[in-house]
Ligand binder design. Structure first.
Ligand code: 7TS
Length: 419
């Protein structure tokens, strides 16, 4: 549904010129198995706009040097580009202070950093970590490791049969022993948007620290970590159409200041002697070694590009895609949607009666339609719905209803072949 700008009520609704957007993503012009590519695997990784590809190429062609160490011009320019991207990320996340933005390899590393640098020195037997049944393995396994290391206990907030969190269960699962609450903003397997604002509020009132896995939220719009009041927020650049190998950890400054480094090496120190080492200031304390400079610069350019399109227009278009896909797949005989929470974005997970999801994915690939099949690194979700795997179509700003039609036709072909 088109969105109007509340500050300009007479302005026309924000709309996305999808043909123009598509022209900015070179890979979308590829053919796969002789068919036009319909890329519906955006939850796995997003495709890259020319603005990102060009920024990375330009960086290597004109600016490449190591950061934070040289007085020569290129090193200063590389540092400016790297730190400029950090400020752009800060604004995207609504963080108050640039020192609160740590560059990592991705969401996975960001969450492991919090588990090891925040959790490990602080937790002990009897302490509890609360996660949810919807989490990606990246927001489960680091906490299991932490429990093994500290003797803490993992608790799990359940979901209902639509794939929505049963928030009422916080009444008994959130206790005075809960030290960390780690929740995904959006489920990668089902697309459920979790009520993280309410969860954060409850967790804070209980004295727990909150860690939000924003990997599946960031590709769909900015967040405001100050308004949310979360303590940590993690994301991956590659899912939001930026380069691979780059992620972000937002952390509240006072918490980051009090945490020991996650890794040791160059960049993260002020001085080193054999008697001891003085750590560098934030954010460098958590960025040991030469970072992925080109990737960070590419992420900055990606955010700038997305902002130029307008988030309202992107959101409205993606809402339309989800509604269209839900209606078309929901009425297709033999197709069962998995995950029908009232608050959802950008993902349709489903099974086709009597046909293994991998066979569905293979036939669709012959038709040029790229979806993911499997457990989506969210095996507890699959267990809950008693399926080994699902087929998952996931949408992004450049997708079209024609591509959803290609998916539907592909599924009809699947049923002809296997039916
Ligand atoms: N958290 C969520 C919610 C995710 O969806 C993913 C990746 C991760 C964490 C890990 O991100 P990474 O960039 O560190 O690997 N999700 C998926 C997916 O749904 N299909 O492939 C990867």
């Amino acid at each position: 549904m088109p969105v109007t700008d509340p500050t300009r009520p007479d302005a026309p609704p924000a709309t996305l010129d999808v043909a123009r957007v598509r022209a900015e993503f070179p890979i979308l012009a590829e053919t796969i198995n002789g068919r036009p590519l319909a890329y519906l695997d955006n939850a796995a990784t997003g495709q890259k706009p020319r603005a990102t590809i060009d920024a990375v190429r330009r960086y290597y062609e004109t600016t490449n040097a190591n950061v934070h160490r040289g007085v020569h011009s290129l090193s200063v320019a590389a540092t400016d580009a790297y730190e400029g991207a950090r400020d752009r990320v800060r604004r995207f996340l609504g963080a108050a202070d640039i020192r609160e933005i740590i560059f990592t390899r991705g969401t996975t590393e960001s969450i492991n950093l919090v588990a090891q640098a925040y959790g490990r020195p602080r937790l002990g037997p009897g302490d509890e970590i609360l996660i949810t049944h919807l989490e990606h393995h990246s927001n489960i396994v680091p906490w299991q490791l932490l429990c093994e290391q500290t003797g803490a206990t993992l608790r799990v907030l359940p979901i209902d049969d639509r794939g929505a969190l049963v928030v009422d269960r916080l009444d008994d699962l959130l206790t005075e022993r809960t030290r960390i609450v780690a929740v995904g903003h959006v489920s990668n397997a089902l697309g459920t948007v979790n009520p993280i604002d309410a969860i954060i509020e409850r967790a804070r009132a209980a004295g727990a620290v909150t860690v939000i896995d924003g990997a599946q939220a960031a590709p769909h719009g900015p967040v405001d970590v100050q308004e949310l009041g979360c303590d940590f927020y993690a994301l991956s650049a590659h899912k939001m159409f930026g380069p691979t190998g780059v992620g972000v950890l937002y952390g509240r400054r006072d918490l980051l200041e009090a945490m020991p480094p996650y890794q040791g090496g160059g960049e993260m120190i002020k001085s080193v002697t054999f008697d001891g080492t003085v750590y560098n200031a934030l954010p460098h304390k958590f960025e040991a070694g030469t970072p992925n400079i080109a990737g960070v610069v590419g992420l900055g350019a990606t955010i700038e590009y997305l902002e130029s399109l307008g988030w309202d227009a992107i959101e409205a278009h993606e809402r339309h895609l989800l509604d269209d896909a839900t209606e078309k797949l929901g009425t297709l005989p033999g197709v069962r949607l998995i995950g029908t929470a009232p608050e959802k974005i950008a993902v349709v997970s489903f099974v086709v009666e009597g046909i293994h999801p991998h066979d569905v994915g293979t036939i669709l690939d012959h038709e040029g339609v790229a979806i993911r099949t499997g457990h989506h690194c969210a095996q507890p979700v699959m267990d809950f719905f008693d399926v080994p795997a699902t087929a998952r179509a996931s949408f992004a700003l450049y997708n079209t209803t024609d591509e959803i039609d290609a998916l539907v036709q592909g599924l009809q072909r699947v049923m002809e072949v296997f039916g």
